[in-house]
Design a protein around this ligand. Structure first.
Ligand SMILES: *[C@@H]1O[C@H](CO)[C@@H](O)[C@H](O)[C@H]1NC(C)=O
Ligand SMILES: *[C@@H]1O[C@H](CO)[C@@H](O)[C@H](O)[C@H]1NC(C)=O
Ligand SMILES: *[C@@H]1O[C@H](CO)[C@@H](O)[C@H](O)[C@H]1NC(C)=O
Ligand SMILES: *[C@@H]1O[C@H](CO)[C@@H](O)[C@H](O)[C@H]1NC(C)=O
Ligand SMILES: *[C@@H]1O[C@H](CO)[C@@H](O)[C@H](O)[C@H]1NC(C)=O
Length: 245
């Protein structure tokens, strides 16, 4: 807040330069592949087809309606999607994708088929991994992953829940991780900086120094995430303790 207020006081040209130069510094510091976590509540990337129960900390699903009652504290953001014999998809842009859910007891566990195709080579796999006991849940279970994808096109993972050999029909989706190349972002921002005034950069240094500690957070929220992606920025790691939000 403080830094933004200060930057806002600068003349427009200088302001642009200050922001851009800070931005460049940040991008350099974080260059390289990074995982972003996409909660199941993110409707831009997740599509749940048919009637799914979307469980959040303020919208619990009673046991009369939802047979499966995992511990919310062990679920990412305390939110998950619960569905039976349904389908859906996850769309993203990045070089790898990891889809996570919660494994449920055999009497409930559906056989989930995952499929990727155009623009990617066609691939089909299935996830069927019942939890060990009749009332057990296995959290952060990797349902599907694909790596080595092309960074500059959109990809889609489709899934379908089918009845298992013992008639389990349900699954719980929790979150996904997408690997993005921060180098690509560096390239595009450098391009813009060419049109900004170079002379302002040194002046800006003293303006910003007092607040360096805050910069990563501010700049992350303003600039780090490519505009087509609206994820939570989990730069270092995935498993946020639940209930942090
Ligand atoms: C992203 O997360 C997956 C696990 O979900 C991990 O295997 C992979 O190494 C991570 N990649 C990066 C760049 O951190
Ligand atoms: C966590 O879930 C809430 C809904 O309960 C949602 O509004 C919020 O965006 C989610 N947080 C993240 C980081 O996805
Ligand atoms: C990744 O993809 C490239 C080109 O699509 C291919 O040449 C390479 O062998 C792949 N690497 C792996 C580890 O699959
Ligand atoms: C996407 O990237 C590949 C190399 O990874 C490149 O050959 C291709 O031209 C790029 N396509 C676009 C639309 O930028
Ligand atoms: C799950 O589905 C796959 C693909 O249809 C099939 O090969 C596999 O045997 C099924 N497994 C169970 C336990 O239903």
């Amino acid at each position: 807040m403080q830094i933004l207020a200060r930057v806002a006081l600068l003349p427009p040209m200088l302001r642009t330069s200050v922001v851009l130069s800070l931005c460049l510094l940040q991008f350099q510091a974080y260059a390289g592949p990074t995982n972003l976590t996409v909660d199941d509540t993110d409707a831009i990337h997740w599509t749940f087809v048919g009637s799914w129960h979307a469980i959040t900390s303020t919208a619990r699903c009673p046991a009369t309606l939802c047979l499966l009652q995992p511990d919310p504290d062990q679920v990412y953001n305390s939110t998950w999607h619960d569905g039976g014999l349904r389908s859906g998809s996850f769309s993203f842009q990045g070089t790898a994708v990891y889809i996570y859910g919660i494994d449920v007891p055999a009497s409930n566990a559906a056989n989930v088929t995952f499929q990727m195709g155009d623009p990617d080579p066609s691939v089909t796999s299935f996830h069927y991994a019942p939890a060990p006991g009749p009332s057990d849940y296995v959290y952060n279970s990797l349902f599907f992953s694909a790596t080595n994808l092309s960074a500059n096109v959109s990809h889609v993972v489709n899934w379908l829940l089918e009845s298992s050999l013992v008639n389990g029909e349900s699954t719980l989706f929790d979150y996904a991780q997408v690997t993005v190349e921060q180098n690509a972002a560096v390239g595009s921002v450098s391009g813009i900086s060419g049109s900004a005034s170079g002379t302002a950069t040194s002046t800006s240094t003293s303006t910003t120094q007092t607040s360096t500690q805050r910069l990563p957070i501010l700049l992350d929220s303003l600039f780090m995430i490519p505009s087509h992606i609206r994820f939570s920025a989990q730069r270092s790691l995935p498993r946020l303790p639940a209930n942090q939000f």
